[in-house]
Design a protein around this ligand. Sequence first.
Ligand SMILES: [Zn+2]
Ligand SMILES: [Zn+2]
Length: 235
Amino acid sequence: MKFDRIEKCADCGGTGAEKGSKIETCSVCKGRGTVLTQRQTLLGMMQSEQTCQACRGTGKSIKNPCKNCRGSGYVKLTKTLEVAIPAGIDDGQRIVLRGQGNTGRNGGAPGDLLIEVRVRPHDLFERRGSNLFCEIPIAFTDAALGAEIEVPTMTGKTKFQIPEGTQSGTEFTIKGQGMPSVSSKRKGDLIFSVAVEVPKGLSSQQKKILSDFAKSCGDGNNQKKSSFFKKFLKK
Ligand SMILES: [Zn+2]
Ligand SMILES: [Zn+2]
């Protein structure tokens, strides 16, 4: 990844002075970096210490400032870093790289680099916490008769036996095939629902078979439909 970071200027080594030029002690604060100010108040003279405005607290006076950093001693550089993404990291979670942030001012420790992760959505899987969801279309004959279907997983695919009489929208769970966890060894589950597809473009022969089949069906074969109309006719 690429990011901007403030570092010590390499040309002047962070001093802010052009190479070979002299750095003098600030005449305003005498090199202390701070100045004392006195104020007359109702309680008497109040004294306070403030950062020297002339040298911005460095205690030094630069006659010939470094051209690369304009005398500040720091420059903004674009850095490229390879960052390891832990398995199972979720959208919005942060990776902290200690000491990879901006250089500390006046000899302070460098800051940290905070990386907020954005996870792109997947074509097939939807993530809900540590579980993965997907919808799998199945033929209506497979739903009626039961069948072994192929289920996509994170690493490839697995076989799953759906029972006969499976309704559209039924959810099945495959344990441990979900997302890994960043903080533990636990894994989520893969949950899939089936969408029963009604066949289209039937030949006249197929239509004949299906209409013969339909004639053979009774209330017991379509329980939802028959009970729905029983409720309807009661009113
Ligand atoms: Zn410089
Ligand atoms: Zn000063």
